[in-house]
Ligand binder design. Structure first.
Ligand code: ATR
Length: 273
C-alpha cells in the first residue's frame, strides 16, 4: 500500500486521517495515511525522512504551508498565488505543490450548498493565507463584484493587485463597508473566529445575503455566524465541507479517482447552534 500523511502542529485534532481513510474505503484504494506532528524549523528534514520511507504524498496544515511551498520543486498556479501549499506529491526527485483550499471552498459553496457565485456580489473578509487561497478561485466563478475587506487595508490592496484589468475587484475598510449595501455571499476568511472574535462588519453587509460562510470548522456558531443569523441570513455554513472537498481534490490528484464527499461531510458535520 502507498504511504501518505498530514503534517501540522498541533496535529491531534486533524480530521484528515479519518477523511482519507473513508475515501480509501469507498474507492477501494490501498493506502496508509498517517498524522505527523511536525517540529517548527525542521519541516524539510522531516519530509526528507518521510520520502525516504517511500511516501507518495502529503497534506499540510498550519503552520507548515509556507515551508511546504518552499520545499516543492514545482508549483501550481493556485499554490503560487497563495504562496502556500496544502498538498504535495512526490515522484522521484520531483515534489509538486498544490493548494486545494480555494477550489474546495468554491466547490462546497456552489455544488454542496447550491449557491452560485456567478453574477453575484461577493464579500471576502481577510487577506491572510486563507483569503489569498480563495481569491482566484472566486474570480473564476465570475462574480458581478468581489469586495475585499481587511483590518490592514494594505494587505487587501496587495491581494487585489493579483486580479487582471477589468475584473470586478474592489477593496475597502471595515468602516467603509457600511456604505456598500448588502452582499449575496459573505465569506469569513479571517482568523478572528479562532479567538471567538468578530471581524467588525456592519449588519447591513448581510442584507439580502443567501449565505454566510465561515472558513473555521468545528467552532459552532461563531460571532460571525451569529451576526449573520441575527440578520436573518437563510444559509449559514462552516468550513467542514471545504475541508472534505480539498481532501477530495488531493485524493483525486494522488490516486486518479474522485471520492464521493457528501457522506463524509455528513459524518463530520456538527450542528451550528
Ligand atoms: P490565515 O492563514 O488563517 O488567513 P493569517 O495569514 O494570519 O491567517 O491571516 C489572518 C487574517 O485574519 C488577516 O486578514 C487578519 O487581518 P490583518 O491582516 O489586518 O491582521 C484577520 N484577522 C485576525 N483577527 C481579526 C479580527 N479580530 N478582526 C478582523 N480581522 C482579523
Amino acid at each position: 500500500s502507498d504511504l501518505y500523511a498530514v503534517i501540522g502542529n498541533p496535529i491531534g485534532f486533524s480530521k484528515s486521517p479519518f477523511i482519507h481513510g473513508r475515501f480509501a474505503e469507498m474507492t477501494g484504494q490501498d493506502i496508509v495515511y498517517q498524522a505527523i506532528e511536525g517540529e517548527i524549523g525542521r519541516f524539510a528534514r522531516r519530509i526528507d525522512e518521510f520520502r525516504a520511507a517511500g511516501a507518495k504524498g502529503l497534506n499540510i496544515t498550519a503552520p507548515f504551508k509556507l515551508d511546504a511551498f518552499a520545499y516543492a520543486t514545482e508549483h501550481s498556479e493556485s499554490a503560487k498565488l497563495a504562496g502556500a501549499a496544502n498538498c504535495l506529491k512526490f515522484d522521484g526527485d520531483t515534489v509538486s505543490a498544490q493548494n486545494f483550499d480555494g477550489v474546495g471552498l468554491v466547490r462546497d459553496i456552489t455544488v454542496n450548498l447550491g449557491v452560485e457565485m456567478k453574477g453575484r456580489r461577493v464579500l471576502l473578509l481577510g487577506a491572510g493565507g486563507a483569503a489569498r487561497g480563495a481569491f482566484l478561485p472566486f474570480l473564476r466563478e465570475r462574480p458581478a463584484e468581489l469586495t475585499l475587506v481587511n483590518r490592514t487595508v494594505a494587505k487587501a490592496v496587495a491581494l487585489a493587485e493579483q486580479a487582471t484589468d477589468g475584473e470586478p475587484v474592489t477593496v475597502c475598510s471595515y468602516e467603509e463597508l457600511a456604505d456598500r449595501g448588502g452582499f449575496d455571499l459573505v465569506v469569513n476568511a479571517t482568523s478572528a473566529s479562532l479567538r471567538a472574535e468578530m471581524p467588525p462588519i456592519p449588519g447591513a453587509a448581510f442584507r439580502g445575503a443567501r449565505l454566510a460562510y465561515e472558513l473555521a470548522y468545528g467552532k459552532g456558531l461563531t460571532p460571525f455566524l451569529r451576526a449573520a443569523k441575527q440578520e436573518a441570513v437563510p444559509g449559514l455554513a462552516d468550513g467542514v465541507g471545504m475541508l472534505v472537498e480539498q481532501a477530495a481534490e488531493a485524493f483525486a490528484w494522488w490516486r486518479g479517482v474522485r471520492p464521493p464527499t457528501s457522506g463524509v461531510i455528513g459524518e463530520l458535520t456538527i450542528p451550528l447552534v
